[in-house]
Design a protein around this ligand. Structure first.
Ligand SMILES: NC(=O)c1ccc[n+]([C@@H]2O[C@H](COP(=O)([O-])OP(=O)(O)OC[C@H]3O[C@@H](n4cnc5c(N)ncnc54)[C@H](OP(=O)(O)O)[C@@H]3O)[C@@H](O)[C@H]2O)c1
Length: 292
């Protein structure tokens, strides 16, 4: 399994989780493989004799993308499309990761894979364009949308909340955006399962939604993070207060509701657990690190 974006949250989790299987993964960081460099991708596929490529490479700075549109589209749309074309030409299946931010958040029940895309910001728009580019270049590619990814060893909402809970008595966190947090290791297991089936030649196609179970607001998630952290040591934080999105303006608008319906993936026998066990593991790792 050739893992692009191997230095990121999901890429690193994939490398870790692969160790628990009989598979071998070659995670390549951005510095070692640019997904837009077709020749380099071809070389890596050939030298590693990859059976499948899992694309975790992306421009993920949601707010920065608002003023860095060209860079976001260059990686998330153009380069993703190029990678898909290279995989198609090499006859190697591709699993491509996408996002809940392709939706506008006006739904009142979980988004199914065939719901219309209507991104609110540049990042979401670039990922939606990437899905289209991947599909156009490689109709057999598997696209996996996920949401609110967290891990213990990379910058993420969980790491930020643990740090702030150590420093501040009160945390004010947005309480009117609902989504499903997803532990990178659990997502990695689902991606591995899909990749194994793609290599086996199973009839997979199109888009799958993969996220941990249990919709929650950012504030609800923050409360769970603080509660988990408190079991490992004293915190400055005594209260997590819910605020509205309007009280915490950001350059990029976020969907108010981006819960993904995972029924299609479950139909393959691949189900992610609730996010709570992953959160406990991530917080335990963060709280036992020497410095936050
Ligand atoms: N994080 C989330 O909450 C979230 C939610 C939904 C979906 N997703 C999706 O999940 C996937 C993985 O995200 P993540 O959380 O692991 O993000 P991440 O931690 O930011 O990792 C992305 C990695 O891609 C690398 N990269 C950027 N441009 C590249 C290029 N042209 N060629 C090769 N590598 C490149 C980055 O390296 P540099 O930093 O060195 O450029 C970075 O290491 C992405 O498709 C993302 O859209 C993430």
């Amino acid at each position: 399994m050739l893992v692009t974006g191997g230095g990121g949250q999901v890429g690193r989790a994939l490398a870790l989780q692969t160790l628990r299987t009989a598979n071998r993964a070659l995670p390549l960081e951005h510095a070692h493989l640019d997904i837009g460099d077709a020749r380099a991708v071809r070389t890596q596929i050939g030298e590693f004799r990859a059976d499948v490529v899992i694309n975790c490479a992306a421009y993920t700075a949601v707010d920065r993308a608002e003023t860095d549109r060209a860079a976001a589209f260059s990686v998330n749309a153009a380069a993703a499309g190029m990678l898909a074309a290279t995989c198609a030409a090499a006859g190697v299946p591709l699993v491509h990761v996408s996002t809940d931010y392709v939706f506008d958040g006006t739904a009142t029940r979980p988004y199914r894979e065939d719901a219309p895309l209507c991104p609110l910001g540049v990042y979401g728009a670039s990922k939606a364009a990437g899905e289209a580019a991947v599909r156009a270049a490689n109709p057999a590619a598997i696209i996996v949308r996920t949401s609110w990814v967290f891990s213990q060893d990379q910058p993420s909402f969980v790491r930020t909340m643990v740090r702030l809970a150590r420093e501040r008595p009160v945390l004010r966190v947005v309480d009117d955006q609902v989504g499903c947090p997803t532990f990178a290791n659990d997502l990695a297991d689902a991606l591995l399962a899909l990749a194994e089936r793609a290599v086996r030649g199973d009839d997979l196609d199109g888009v799958y939604h993969a996220c941990n179970a249990g919709p929650v607001t950012w504030c609800g998630f923050a409360r769970a993070i603080v509660a988990a952290a408190r079991t490992h040591g004293p915190l400055a934080c005594t209260d997590v207060v819910g605020i509205s999105t309007a009280e915490y303006p950001t350059p990029a608008a976020r969907p108010a509701y981006s819960v993904l319906d995972t029924t299609r993936l479950a139909g393959l026998g691949i189900a992610l657990p609730p996010w709570q066990p992953g959160l406990q593991a991530a917080v335990r790792a963060l709280m036992t690190q020497v410095s936050p």
